[in-house]
Design a protein around this ligand. Sequence first.
Ligand SMILES: *Cc1c(COP(=O)(O)O)cnc(C)c1O
Length: 731
Amino acid sequence: MTAQKRIRIRTAEELVCRNRFGSFFGVPQDIFDRVWANLSGSDGNSVAYISMEIGADPDVFHPLRDFLVEEEISATGDPELDALVDKYLHGPRKIPIYSGGLGVLAGDTLKSYADIHIPVLAISLLYRAGYFSQIVDLKVGQIDQATHWEPEKTPTLFQLRDPERPERPLEISVPFTDMNASPVDVRAQVWMKMEIAEELDYFVPEFLLDYSLPDAPPWIHDAARQLYNAESTLMKANQRRMLGSSVLPLLEALGFTSRTIHLNEQHGVTVVIHLILRELRAALGDNYKEKMTDADILAAADRVSQRMVYTIHTPVKAGHDRFSRTLYDRISPPGFRRVLQVLATDEDSPGEYNLTALAMRVNRTVNSVSRLHRDVTRKQFPRFADKITAITNGVHHLTWISENRARTFDRCGALDGWRDDPGIFAHADLAGDRGFRAGLKEAWEQDNSFLVDYVNTMLLSHRKQMVETWIDPPNYLSYLPKADDLQAGVFTIGFARRFSTYKRADLIFDDIRALTDILVRGNWPVNFVFAGKAHPADEPGKTVLKLILDNQEELYARSNGLAKLIFIPGYDMQIAKMMVSGVHAWLNSPKRPLEASGTSGMKAAMNGVPNISVMDGWWVEGYHDGRTGWKFGYEGPVEESSLSEDPDTLLYEEDAQSFYRLLPTVLRTFYEQPDRYIDVAINNLKLNIPIFNTHRMASEYVRRYDLRLNGVTAEMIASFQRLYQSDIENR
Ligand SMILES: *Cc1c(COP(=O)(O)O)cnc(C)c1O
């Protein structure tokens, strides 16, 4: 279900494109050539975007597949091409190489770059065991398993060929140092994922490095297998180097010249060290390693800074890499060590290299992901306060607006052009349009029914599972002697996130008696639908997940069956989209200010779903005095203790009580003033879609890049920039 494409494509053959790295499928040849040329120009007028993870499952946004289905393009008679088309129409579409917000943000960002035609390529890693698959058992909690997927069978993913020997895959050689400080060249094969614009008239290539070759050393194999699975610090350091140290060899192998390098978090920061050493060689000659002084290193770092843009995503310590000097020195050649000694020192911890500090030093701009996060980051890194700015995150509106909502928007004349320009919502009179109100309500009901059906089907299969296997299903309702399924139209609160302790998934169950008293007094039925994964090594996070399961029975019993708490296992982008559009309110209960931005709440807002949220991250900017949803919890100044994740400082009692004081207002509005509830939904469309979309965010990043753009693109960027400026001071 997409609008008419601007470019005319009639047959599958027109979507075949080739160059010396192989033959691909997705855009016409002239577009393919244009993108490749933009990335290879001698002026370096493009950006390399480096991210440890990219979440862009084609099962959630798939413009090419939609096009093939609509145009009924299925078979061509050419067996090779038919296989490709078939892969798009029927192939497994999950690319499970992301863990959460960081990866999904990267994917959404790249999709917007493709839609706006910005010359960008991305570099990340291909993990053959994905992140992990989650099974949930009522008694045990989360059980994690490796994820199996096959890049070969996944649409939009292609392995590059060696131009000299096309029968073989391309291999690049990445400089490493092993545990004995001996240099080794490690080889990686390269997969290209095409992030195709919704109009099929541009794409952003993502290059995923696959280090799991049969003859790779075992320490490389181990590190390459699974995202964020690091059994040792050494393995973690190797995973980071696999990303950062591959950037220059990859660009060179492909003939790309990108002058600007954007680090999406500091994971890939070793690229900076390689660039500095190159500068030093150019300035001092081949024996630069003997000659270079600290001043030379600092001067080289200044030159490299002009090329670097760095986004910092979290104030939480675990998000920043520190490595013991003893360990890191063992795996670093002497030149590397010198650079680290000058640029990666950690004042608080002299025995460690701090790679966040390195990323902080060497860049033209540091971007935090919301206004509040900017203020917190400045406090955490006072030395760099001047160059820390805010670019508030967004989400890709075409990915996250449900099909039912999108159909309603398509039918509304005042929203003409909303797919190209999410700013349209700001000026349309939606609240006064009775047809639109009815359409939005109906779409919401459909999305809610879809979620409810999904849950009920899951509960049914859990009942069977309980009989047939050793797994105890994670949902108490599956145990009831008589089915008590969810009903559509019952107020449904959604919560889905990584289970980190600071996100406080169990906050609203802090005092179950207080919570259920509210529901019983008002006779208000409520569904609580939860999902999310805890990192397999995060024991406290797993404990919180288990606590959610442990609360189900008591909540149900104390509320006389009014409150049903459901856990959906296997949180991924598809489940996220179903939840953010299918619930009536989205709950966000982190400890302020530890949720630097948060993006799932923006996905809800795009569908008109109000947030009930702590004043943290994006919600400080998206709240609009109660017109778009509700706030609760501590909103005072950020103190030293605010940054702690220590259980005693997590403010459970205060913030939970604040939630209970608020809840009756929300429920009364929903059940007794449905029209007013639709007003809140419409305010989200008008006030929040124009701000929290990645087109606007991308345009703010483009201003930080060193790029020249053609007239049409430059105009689009300017118009998106006018929607919102993240970096004004907080009021
Ligand atoms: C959007 C999304 C996230 C990030 O949500 P936050 O609110 O930022 O925690 C994590 N995982 C998935 C699958 C998502 O779609």
